[in-house]
Design a protein around this ligand. Sequence first.
Ligand SMILES: C[S@@+](CC[C@H](N)C(=O)[O-])C[C@H]1O[C@@H](n2cnc3c(N)ncnc32)[C@H](O)[C@@H]1O
Length: 209
Amino acid sequence: MIDYKNHWDKVYSKSEINKLGWYEENPQPSLDLIRNCNLNKDAIILDVGSGATTLIKNLIGYSFSNIIALDISEVALERAKKMLSPEEAENVKWIVDDITNPKNIDHLKSIDLWHDRTVLHFLIEAKEQKGYLETLKKLVRNEGFVIIAVFSLEGAKKCSGLHVKNYDQNMIEEFLGKDFKMLKHFPYLYQMPSGDLRPYIYTLFQRIN
Ligand SMILES: C[S@@+](CC[C@H](N)C(=O)[O-])C[C@H]1O[C@@H](n2cnc3c(N)ncnc32)[C@H](O)[C@@H]1O
């Protein structure tokens, strides 16, 4: 059994952030979908498996003030904090937790947006997927939004040395179930820092029940 916390802590300890195989200088696909949600600036945005993403700084730049960055890796979040000024960091709560079996998010409820870029695809076991979905359903308010971006069916079969489950938009729709309506989806060809290309699928849903 893989110790995921240890795995990801090591990944984030060893590499420069902008050399990671999922680093984005500009998280434009996520920002485009978030713009579609028409959120208030004080909306609660949960970035699941946030790592050391540039999305957080961008969201602060767009004046969002209620951002939660959650990751299984403490090292990742420590590094993410250092990417922000002290003033910027005031807009963010940092939570170290496993989204498939969370222990530290009892205080969270009614979030407006769940954003996940490349976490769901690491959940291979049915038990992990079930835990993820239970957490999502517990937290996302009615009419709240869910963005999920993962490797597409044509995409890589492994990332960071771990096997992934590939998806298309229909599989994500089926996974979320009838309480979520798909609003948008698009394929996206992500260019890794190495120059290699990786096909992703981006999806946006709204909770309707
Ligand atoms: C490929 S990275 C993507 C990071 C970030 N979303 C981005 O786009 O830069 C996957 C992230 O998911 C985190 N992660 C993996 N499994 C997790 C879990 N069960 N719960 C919370 N975070 C997890 C890892 O630590 C890592 O930061």
